[in-house]
Write a protein that binds this ligand. Structure first.
Ligand code: NAD
Length: 359
């Protein structure tokens, strides 16, 4: 018989983060399976604490996880607060700590100092390496929707979280809306499918490209569209889809680019036409004047549809959470792969700092 861990869903530190990794209905299933689940009070979370309490969860104060028993598994989505410096628990979250991201080394050091473990949700994969829970579909949906609304001259700024119902109402084609040609690249992926569905909701029938269509890239065809949604997952350096020179091509029809991928600064970036992402406050940046070329590159898109994004993510994560106790004890499970990845990253970081001390 394996130990049943005590799960603890924490408040999200970032004030605009309204998503939750566990939705109330799934919390109910977790509790019914005999897994104790504590849920912190969190003023901005899209689901009220009372829904979790009604589902049988134990309520706790905001950030009380820091005082939880050492064997508690703390679950959240994004960054932890800066304190405590020593992390003693197992944390399920997106750590963004393994690819040299800013703050990544510090986070690993905090785990090293406290003896805790990062179980990174990005590393929670099946045996083929496919992510088991991801937010991609809704990222693509809202990204494409923003691009359409911008093209139609009715994108509000600053952006605020919304619901699919309200978004679809805004997307519905009006009598005076011009037709436009849209292209989704990475169309077969999670983000790409979401983008395709949003474009369909807007009354467009997008061109859909995935790996076969970009092998011999037809840039003329690409810039012959009015609107581009880039939704590829690129893990190796690839020939860019667009360069600054393409933006100056006199045949360019393209006026709106939504880069859902947001690989800015990475050597895998397929859209090296800009150097900083945009945000909710200023969602659009003009890259060229005549004809205009406007960029939307927001790296926290799913937070704009917090309820839909959380509900889908939670449903995908639920089976893994129900199997957490057994998974942590099974060296071949997704959870053990997450732990192995963490220990490898910690080992490499420790070796680097020892090496740095010697030089
Ligand atoms: N901006 C945001 O808020 C946000 C949110 C979630 C995900 N993302 C990012 O979006 C990207 C896509 O995520 P996903 O979950 O949809 O991935 P995914 O693996 O589900 O899909 C990626 C798709 O891209 C295709 N692809 C890869 N290289 C390509 C190429 N050179 N040409 C054409 N197609 C190519 C793949 O075949 C696949 O169909 C990732 O980089 C992810 O980090 C961004």
């Amino acid at each position: 018989m394996t130990d049943v861990p005590h799960l603890w869903m924490r408040h999200e530190t970032r004030a605009t983060e309204r998503r939750a990794p566990i939705a109330p209905e799934d919390a109910r299933r977790i509790v019914a399976a005999g897994i104790p689940l504590t849920v912190e009070n969190s003023p901005q979370r899209v689901f009220p604490l009372s829904d979790y309490v009604a589902a049988g969860c134990r309520p706790a104060e905001t950030d009380a996880w820091t005082g939880a028993p050492r064997d508690t598994v703390v679950i959240g989505l994004k960054e932890l607060p800066a304190e405590p410096g020593e992390l003693i628990h197992r944390h399920i979250m997106f750590g963004h700590a393994y690819k040299g991201q800013p703050g990544g080394a510090r986070l690993l050091d905090r785990f090293g100092a406290g003896g805790g473990t990062l179980l990174d949700l990005e590393e929670l994969t099946d045996a083929q390496g496919r992510r088991l829970a991801a937010f991609g579909y809704w990222a693509g949906y809202i990204g494409a929707a923003l691009a359409v609304l911008h093209t139609r001259g009715r994108l509000p700024a600053p952006l605020t979280p919304t619901t699919k119902r309200d978004l679809d109402a805004a997307l519905a084609r009006r009598a005076d809306d011009q037709a436009f040609r849209a292209l989704v690249i990475g169309a077969l992926g999670r983000c790409g499918r979401g983008a395709g569905d949003a474009l369909a909701a807007a009354g467009a029938d997008p061109t859909r490209w995935d790996l076969p269509e970009t092998r011999q890239l037809d840039r003329e065809a690409l810039i012959g569209h009015d609107l581009l949604v880039n939704a590829v997952l690129s893990t190796v350096p690839t020939t860019p889809f667009l360069t600054p020179r393409d933006l100056d091509d006199p045949h360019r029809r393209l006026t709106t680019v939504c880069d859902v991928t947001c690989d800015v600064g990475s050597e895998c970036n397929v859209l090296p036409i800009y150097d900083t992402v945009t945000d909710w406050e200023h969602p659009v940046r003009r890259l060229r004047g005549a004809p205009p070329l406007d960029l939307i590159a927001i790296d926290n898109l799913p937070s704009l549809l917090p309820e839909e994004a959380s509900t889908d993510f939670s449903a995908a994560l639920l089976p893994q959470l129900l199997g957490l106790g057994a998974g942590l004890a099974d060296p071949a499970s997704p959870w053990s792969r997450c732990a192995d990845r963490f220990h490898a990253a910690r080992g490499a970081a420790a070796a680097r700092s020892t090496g740095a001390g010697r030089d």
